[in-house]
Write a protein that binds this ligand. Structure first.
Ligand SMILES: [Zn+2]
Ligand SMILES: [Zn+2]
Length: 139
């Protein structure tokens, strides 16, 4: 499906194609720090942005950056540079009703004070990395 979205103030907007309606919640400490809570996200096949002069990209690791609006601060996306995949914060889509929770990742980093309901898969960070074929870094 295709979907459009924008930041809180509207300075940055986007239209995406091949949008995956399956939402994953990420509980990792980086997503928590960046969004202020668990990140609810869905991947898209391709995306075009408007207002790119207001779109800031924070290099959060060697392989990924996180995009946000420099006016209102909305957390918009996680961008894996190789293979160039955008994973959008689902709260920024114009029609969030199209999405449904289908999994949680980094469940081992989730604070114990809250839980999402539902009978979906819950993976630890190591299980998630293995599922996408990434070797865990040496301890
Ligand atoms: Zn904004
Ligand atoms: Zn995360």
């Amino acid at each position: 499906m295709s979907a459009s979205g924008k930041c809180l103030c509207g300075s940055v907007s986007y239209s995406a194609e091949d949008v995956d309606p399956h939402v994953h919640a990420c509980h990792c400490s980086m997503c928590r720090g960046w969004t202020g809570g668990p990140m609810l996200a869905a991947s898209v096949g391709s995306i075009e942005f408007k207002g790119e002069d207001k779109l800031k990209r924070y290099q959060s690791s060697e392989w990924a950056e996180r995009g946000f609006c420099s006016d209102c601060g909305t957390s918009l996306f996680y961008h894996m540079k190789e293979p160039g995949m955008y994973i959008m914060a689902t709260g920024t889509f114009d029609d969030p009703e199209q999405f449904a929770m289908s999994g949680e990742i980094y469940i081992d980093e989730k604070p114990s004070g809250y839980n999402f309901a539902g009978d979906h898969p819950r993976m630890t960070g190591a299980e998630f990395m293995a599922s996408i074929g990434v070797e865990p870094p040496p301890a």
